[in-house]
Design a protein around this ligand. Structure first.
Ligand code: NDP
Length: 327
């Protein structure tokens, strides 16, 4: 078996030379453990934070040790009677082709009729982030005008579709004309190409009456644009700020003062805090899927060797929908 390790802590945008693909010794199974042949690996923006040696909500990756991340695959050897050989499972020992771990740390895949890799994307963590962030954190409801940044990504594209399914008006932003056309095809009422001009002006033009909800995946000028466009009692769900993950230097928010007059509620959240509602997520997503209201999109890199390349692509807009590696 082989696994990706971090050779060095990246400065700024990570480089391929920051990663090493190493051989792992064949590990015998202990009592209660399973061996999983990974078929799909997830790469996610939050992993950039784990590459820094700083205290955060997840501990940093250890240099020279296999990295972790969402993955799914098939049990090929089992010392745990409740997870027999042949079971399809997901777990957190990604960045490798084979995982050995306690059966208690794997989850069987939910019984929903979608290709299994969807459980790393729209029907998995990114989908839950969209669902809980929009509906619980921002308390978005029918009739609201919603602005979502990184709208062509895994989380953002799902926010667009849930918002449309719930009868909201949606403005998305994404980089480049092609991605913007795709976001439009998902049902967005307007799409801003943030690479083509000033996003603050573009949002003001797209939402002349203002916005009720901002779902932030980007931060920086997008956050500022949302502040300036915010209507009275707007709610902001702060999900991510990918524009500073490689910089570490927050941009100043020129329009933060708007939070007072417009009584804006700004809430950060982590998807893990909302898992009590996961049955609602599967029920609603299953219904929207059956009603033809969900389009699932994945950008797939082939082979374990491509994992760093897939990860780096998240920061250069290399993905439409969920970025995945097929082992
Ligand atoms: P995406 O699939 O959205 O991939 C990242 C996208 O971000 C890229 O495709 C790119 O699209 C865009 N992007 C990258 N750099 C910039 C930049 N400097 N400015 C503007 N856009 C940029 O990733 P996810 O859907 O997995 O994650 C989206 C956000 O949600 C991230 O910020 C992530 O950290 C956050 N998140 C938070 C969670 C939580 O619990 N709070 C859980 C999961 C995700 P484009 O081509 O349009 O630029």
């Amino acid at each position: 078996p082989r696994a990706w390790t971090l050779r060095a802590r990246p400065k700024g945008l990570p480089q391929p030379s920051d990663f090493d693909l190493i051989d792992l010794p064949a590990a015998p199974l202990s009592e209660g453990e399973v061996r999983v042949a990974n078929t799909w690996l997830s790469v996610d923006p939050y992993m950039r934070g784990r590459m820094n040696d700083v205290k955060s909500y997840v501990p940093p990756f250890v240099l020279g040790e296999p990295m972790q991340g969402g993955a799914l695959g098939e049990v090929i050897e089992s010392n745990a009677p409740d997870v027999p050989v042949g079971t399809r499972v997901q777990h957190m020992l990604g960045w490798r082709d084979e995982a050995v771990l306690p059966a208690a740390q794997v989850q069987k895949l939910p019984d929903i009729d979608v290709p299994e890799q969807a459980f790393l994307g729209q029907f998995g963590m990114p989908g839950m982030t969209a669902y809980f962030g929009l509906l619980q954190v921002a308390e978005a409801r029918e009739g609201d005008v919603v602005f979502v940044s990184a709208a062509a990504g895994a989380v953002g594209s799902t926010v667009v579709q849930i918002a449309k399914a719930k009868g909201m008006t949606v403005i998305g932003s994404a980089g480049g004309a092609e991605k913007c056309a795709w976001v439009k095809s998902l049902g967005a009422d307007a799409v801003i190409d943030y690479k083509a001009g000033d996003v603050v002006q573009a949002l003001a033009d797209a939402a002349p009456q203002g916005i009720d909800v901002y779902f932030d995946n980007v931060g920086g000028d997008h956050f500022d644009a949302a502040l300036l466009a915010a209507r009275l009692h707007a709610r902001f769900a702060i999900c991510g700020m990918i524009d500073i993950y490689n910089e570490g230097q927050p941009q100043s928010l020129k329009y933060l003062f708007k939070v007072i007059g417009a009584r804006i509620a700004i809430k950060g959240f982590l998807v893990g805090d909302h898992l009590a509602g996961v049955a609602d997520f599967y029920r609603d997503m299953g219904e929207w899927l059956a009603a033809g209201k969900l389009t699932r999109e994945e950008t797939v890199h082939e082979g374990l060797e491509t994992a760093p390349q897939a990860f780096l692509g998240l920061f250069t807009g290399g993905n439409r929908g969920k970025m995945l590696v097929r082992v």
